[in-house]
Write a protein that binds this ligand. Structure first.
Ligand SMILES: [Zn+2]
Length: 470
């Protein structure tokens, strides 16, 4: 099967063909940096991370952009309430976001642009919309997108144009719009709020504008993939499409991919419901970061993920199974003798596991099936260790685990042996084979002095590095 994705706009699952064969461009709507992101937010970011990792693992060059929203009403209110500058607030929460990303092993995006650092691009986009008759200015100096000038509006969210925006907070009190459906591009300056001068007059950009301006700035007017949580379909992404395509006259995005909600006891995780869990709180409470990562990526991105304490416990025991398997493979990997047939079966298992994993990921990122391939590999690989495969067999299984890990990032950190330790480990295997226990113990002490600790188990000696381990 070739790579295929479900596109929200067309509603179809289609083969993925990049617009430009040299590079795949991906834009993911990022966090509003005025407080900690919760694990529902991170589910969506880790979905994008898995997408990027899979594209790279299958040989494509990817440019991944994740924006940081650092100006909006909530940010202005929070900074005012805390009595600090907006920049101090957003710097603090950007640092927390980056720390959470790193803890959850999210790849670092190629660009993480801030809205306030791309004001000229946003002004230019509004200017283009004014020039083309898709925007208008109201009495107070704000500028709105004119939805009646854009008949395709509502296609992404499959909305009835007449029924749109019912229930959305109507800003009619604040701004005198021509049409209640129209959305703000540029908010005229108000006392006590930050604003930027320029050809549009003093004001600040509306939220939707930054994603159009910054995605096109880094990825071009048309690019391949745009991701976000399902709750961004409307109005955010609908508005992005309208303002981008009306300005450029070109198709904005090749494939729209949306991640479903994370549910807690049947409810969506959200600040307003007060049922949020934060990454840093969970980790401070002793959660293993890889277990949290696994719990958040384990459901298919288009299905709701039901999260509770048991999800984390189940993921932690899955991680423990992986770790025990990796340790047993490492212990076996330097053994030269073993069962030849078991080695052949290990090679076959490695190849079949990768094919199964890759086919699942190609099929619209079917992570549950990809994980099933991984855990069947763990189960069957343990049987081959029991059947006495040699180091060659173990190495074949380690190699496929590492390929899978490039995409899932759930294996233990690869411990690097200090210089000289490899030779001592090999010598100790030989000493134990010769039942020279005195030499074996002396080598154990020598390794310990290098920071390499030995456990002797059924599979032979296993080593680990002294000190804190990830
Ligand atoms: Zn966005």
């Amino acid at each position: 099967m070739s790579l295929q994705f479900r596109d929200t706009l067309s509603g179809e699952t289609r083969p993925f063909t990049p617009l430009n064969s040299a590079q795949v461009g991906i834009y993911s709507c990022g966090p509003t940096i005025y407080g900690p992101a919760h694990i529902g937010n991170f589910r969506s970011f880790l979905f994008a991370d898995t997408l990027v990792r899979w594209l790279r693992a299958s040989g494509r060059t990817v440019r991944w952009v994740v924006n940081l929203t650092d100006i909006d009403d909530k940010i202005i209110r929070t900074a005012a309430a805390e009595g600090i500058e907006i920049r101090a607030l957003t710097d603090r929460w950007e640092a927390v976001f980056r720390a959470d990303m790193a803890a959850l092993r999210m790849a670092t995006p190629d660009e993480m642009p801030r809205a306030t650092e791309h004001i000229p691009e946003q002004i230019a986009l509004v200017q283009q919309l004014l020039d083309r008759g898709h925007a208008y200015r109201t009495e107070d100096g704000s500028i709105f997108f004119k939805i009646s000038s854009w008949p395709a509006y509502g296609k992404l969210a499959r909305l009835d144009p007449e029924a749109m925006r019912v229930g959305e907070r109507v800003e009619a009190d604040e701004y005198s719009k021509d049409d209640v459906r129209d959305f703000v591009l540029w908010k005229a300056a108000k006392p006590g709020e930050p604003s930027w001068d320029g050809p549009l007059g003093p004001g600040r950009p509306g939220w939707h504008l930054e994603c159009s301006a910054m995605s096109m700035r880094y990825l071009g007017e048309s690019f391949d993939l745009h991701t976000g949580g399902i709750d961004l379909v409307f109005p955010h992404h609908e508005d992005e499409i309208a303002q981008s395509e009306a300005a450029t006259g070109k198709p904005f995005v090749g494939t729209w991919m949306h991640c479903a909600h994370l549910h807690v006891s049947g409810d969506k995780m959200s600040k307003s419901l007060g049922n949020i869990s934060r990454v840093s709180d969970l980790l401070a409470g002793g959660a293993e970061p890889r277990a949290l990562r696994l719990a958040l990526i384990s459901a298919h991105y288009r299905t709701n993920l039901n999260y509770n304490d048991d999800s984390l416990t189940a993921a932690a025991s899955a991680i423990a199974r992986i770790d025990a398997f990796v340790a047993a493979l490492n212990a076996r990997s330097s053994i030269t003798t073993g069962d030849v047939e078991a080695d052949q079966r290990a090679a076959t298992l490695a190849e079949a596991s990768w094919s199964r994993f890759a086919a699942a990921m190609d099929d619209d990122l079917a992570v549950p099936e990809a994980l099933a391939a991984l855990f069947d590999l763990v189960r069957d690989g343990n049987r081959l260790l029991d059947a006495n495969c040699s180091g060659a067999g173990a190495q074949a299984l380690i190699a496929v685990l590492e390929k899978i890990n490039v995409v899932l990032a759930v294996l233990p950190d690869r411990a690097v042996l200090p210089a000289g330790a490899e030779a001592l480990l090999a010598e100790r295997i030989a000493a134990r084979a010769a039942k020279d226990w005195a030499r074996s113990d002396a080598l154990r002490d020598e390794l310990a002095s290098l920071g390499v600790l030995i456990d002797d188990g059924r599979d032979g000696q296993r080593w680990r590095l002294a000190g804190p381990q990830a």
